[in-house]
Design a protein around this ligand. Structure first.
Ligand SMILES: Cc1ncc(COP(=O)(O)O)c(C=O)c1O
Length: 389
């Protein structure tokens, strides 16, 4: 019997990081504060749940459109046109099981074995893992903390080769918390156009921006709509991570190819959950604004608490639900630090090295996954451990 496939080797060491160790401690009775992954602490807004319950009562329980609910795609087309500034029709949208399925479909449809996908370092680990799964190679260009993680078109240009099949971008950026400016995005657009490359952009944090930073979709820049696949999800903004609702938007012929992948994976996403997603798009935006305001309060608490510790530099994230403090001066590797904080403070955080070479010396700490009081407690516990070093 031949098993496993060789591509599975690309997954070695790409698990859920610290979560697995934390879960073991928890099973032994430890009171773990979970700041290691991006699971929003809020409940899904009530009008979204009510619409889903109604859909169930109305018998929305059968197979649906393989592209996704038409009403949902129509409402998203309007949102893309008005909010993202990208003229979009419902046929240019594919509803998926979270952003995760959308990105997997992009790599499966667009990357041949041996192709290279170019992305920033730090990156979101799921992306290189998926590239590996389809037999592709990830090639990274470094962003530097000293330059506020600025997107550098020249560094990108240097690593593009004949083998490059696409550029993969996360904006707003997890883990570094940047909202890339139109100028930075123009650099990427210039390279993509000059080298005739597709851009796949993960915009799962589009609504979670702070201090007046405004998210710009790269597809809205001149010449980019025809070469961009933009990926979104209801996951973070609407606290719908368990619902598995996301979508891809882009040129119709590319969306048609993604659909060939997703229809073979799952036919289409859950039909009544899509009615909840529709209520999210059509409903009031205040619940999102309230959650973002609370995330901002938590961000400020975490960053000011960390900055009080000698040897820690925690820049204020412009977006997302993560801080990415530099702890290099403490004289330990990121892995050692994350393990120490988990073992002694019972606070689960992620090692920066999990996000690429540029993440070494950093931790990624989620401020959106626990209520304010628990986060306060986490800051106290981390201070206690690190101040003893
Ligand atoms: C950058 C990024 N992309 C994608 C995802 C996963 O999104 P979803 O849960 O909608 O599949 C996450 C979750 O943390 C993320 O941070």
């Amino acid at each position: 019997m031949k098993w496993p496939a060789r591509r599975m080797e690309s997954q070695k060491g790409k698990g859920f990081g610290m979560f697995e160790i934390a879960a073991r401690l928890e099973a032994d009775g430890a009171d773990i504060i979970h700041l290691e992954f991006g699971r929003p602490s809020f409940d899904t807004p009530i009008h979204i749940k009510e619409a889903t319950k109604k859909a169930l009562d109305d018998g929305v329980v059968h197979y649906g459109d393989i592209s996704g609910d038409i009403e949902l795609r129509e409402s998203l087309a309007k949102k893309l046109t008005e909010f993202n500034g990208v003229d979009t029709s419902p046929d240019q949208i594919l509803i998926t099981n979270g952003l995760t399925q959308a990105s997997m479909a992009v790599f499966e449809a667009g990357v041949d074995p041996g192709d290279e996908v170019v992305m920033t370092d730090p990156f979101y680990p799921q992306h290189p893992a998926k590239v590996g799964l389809v037999g592709g190679e990830t090639v990274t260009f470094p962003l530097a903390k000293e330059e506020n993680w600025r997107l550098d078109g020249a560094a990108l240009e240097e690593i593009v080769s004949e083998k490059t099949s696409m550029i993969c971008l996360i904006n707003p950026a997890n883990p570094v918390g940047r909202v890339f400016t139109p100028e930075e995005l123009s650099e990427v657009a210039r390279v993509a156009i000059e080298k005739d490359l597709l851009v796949v952009t993960d915009e799962v944090y589009e609504y979670i921006t702070f201090d007046g930073n405004r998210h710009v979709s790269i597809a809205s820049l001149p010449g980019m709509a025809e070469r961009t696949l933009s990926l979104f999800a209801f996951t973070k903004a609407y606290a719908m991570d368990g619902w598995r609702m996301g979508y891809a938007a882009g040129p119709e012929h590319l969306i048609a190819d993604l659909r060939k992948v997703t229809m073979n994976q799952s036919t289409h996403p859950n039909v009544f959950a899509q009615k909840g997603a529709l209520a999210a798009v059509l409903g009031p935006h205040e619940p999102v604004d309230e959650m973002v305001a609370e995330d901002k309060r938590r961000r400020d608490l975490l960053c000011s608490g960390l900055n009080e510790i000698d040897g820690v530099d925690c820049p204020t994230p412009e977006a997302t639900i993560y801080a990415f403090p530099d702890m290099g001066d403490l004289g330990m590797t990121s892995n050692e630090l994350a393990k120490l904080i988990l073992a002694e403070a019972h606070v689960a955080v992620e090692s920066g090295a999990f996000y690429g070479r540029q993440g070494e010396g950093h931790l990624r700490i989620c401020f959106g996954s626990e209520p304010y009081e628990r986060l306060e407690e986490a800051v106290d516990r981390i201070q206690g451990v690190l101040e003893r070093l």
